[in-house]
Design a protein around this ligand. Structure first.
Ligand code: UT7
Length: 328
């Protein structure tokens, strides 16, 4: 496998903050319920005129600056999203254009909240090709655009945001991507999805009236599977790399629910102080949640260059995965 360095990270969340108290004026909920059941205190919500590509572009610009590269050095753009600007073309080509780039491949992939792990594995596999030396990987979602703001069981859990990484073939022998595992099981597609708007249920007055364009979730089922799949994949990736949890500096899991994170820590005996948690500030931002947590902890000095980071995740599909990375 080609050695790849993580040259830069950038993230973006919209300015507008929606607190639990704000939500309690919109649906029958309370700050107390949301905090005790999920650990979420607030989330950021995009303006109506801000789309997923706008969030992605802002994150990408920050990652390009962080990597200290010229944007024209980018050879490939990959965007993981569940809330694309439109059904076609891809959000990636819209991002490409907004960044002022052309004549390079750009495409989307759908792995829901496991987008970070999927994106890393796609990037590192493609980077074996000599054409792709510098890759812009972006995970971004405007989930507020597919949430049912009348459904208290889902609308309180999610937020908008984007994260980006600049990956480059490493000149030295150290790799920023130590390992990645991804997997999925479509049997669980019915427990977390947006049923209408695709070819199975094209948009019609009836689908709109039945609120079928919004995200539906069987929360309890997803909760159980999340703990099981993330625990298993953590054990697998540690074993496959002959690593123990003592050799990991930070565990940055997908930020969906603090109770899921606590359950994994308890099950695998991971010291709680190794778990990085930002779900309280951003809610579940899907694929970008790990990048938001890494960036936040890097900026406050908790995560330093050279630290080894384990990033398990799971999402609609069901998809799941884990990566072990090192920012260089
Ligand atoms: O990225 C992947 C995406 N998804 C997830 O990670 C979600 C995984 N699931 C979860 O995080 C949790 O299952 C939830 C946070 C969604 C729910 O927590 P729970 O402890 O599993 O609650 P529950 O669904 O069993 O609901 C308990 C009660 C119900 O009332 P009854 O039936 O006991 O009377 C719900 O109607 O809480 C009620 N409820 C609410 N009450 C106040 C559901 N949502 C709310 C709400 N405010 N927002």
């Amino acid at each position: 496998m080609t050695n790849i360095s993580i040259k830069g990270v950038g993230t973006y969340v919209p300015d507008r903050i929606l607190t639990n108290d704000d939500l309690s004026k919109m649906v029958d909920t309370s700050d107390e319920w949301i905090v005790t059941r999920s650990g979420i205190r607030e989330r950021h919500i995009a303006r109506p005129d801000e789309s997923t590509s706008d969030l992605c572009v802002k994150a990408a610009e920050r990652a390009i600056k962080d990597a200290n590269i010229d944007k024209n050095e980018i050879d490939l753009i990959i965007v993981g999203t569940s809330s694309p600007d439109m059904l076609t073309p891809s959000t990636a080509v819209i991002v490409q254009h907004k960044l002022g780039l052309r004549d390079i491949p750009a495409f989307d992939f759908g792995a829901a909240c496991s987008g970070f792990q999927y994106g890393l594995d796609i990037a590192r596999s493609m980077m074996v090709n000599p054409s792709y030396r510098t890759v812009l990987l972006i995970c971004g979602d405007k989930l507020s655009s597919i949430l049912d703001w009348e459904d208290r069981s889902t609308c309180v859990l999610f937020g908008d945001g984007a994260g980006a990484m600049i990956l480059r073939k490493a000149e030295d022998s150290q790799s920023g991507i130590i390992d990645v595992i991804i997997s999925s099981d479509g049997e669980y597609a019915p427990i977390l999805n947006v049923p209408a708007g695709g070819s199975m249920e094209p948009a019609s007055a009836a689908t709109v009236q039945k609120r079928r364009h919004f995200l539906k979730m069987e929360g309890r089922e997803v909760f159980k599977l999340a703990i099981q799949k993330m625990s298993d994949v953590i054990a697998l990736i540690l074993a496959r790399n002959n690593l123990s949890i003592d050799q990991i500096d930070h565990v940055v899991p997908h930020q969906a629910n603090v109770r899921i994170i606590d359950a994994i820590a308890e099950k695998l005996e991971i010291p709680r102080q190794k778990m990085r948690i930002t779900v309280d500030k951003f809610g579940n931002t899907s694929a970008s949640s790990i990048l938001l947590a890494i960036d936040e902890n890097r900026r406050n000095g908790t995560i330093k260059n050279g630290d080894v980071i384990l990033t398990p995740g799971f999402g609609a599909g069901l998809t799941w995965g884990a990566a072990i990375i090192r920012l260089l």
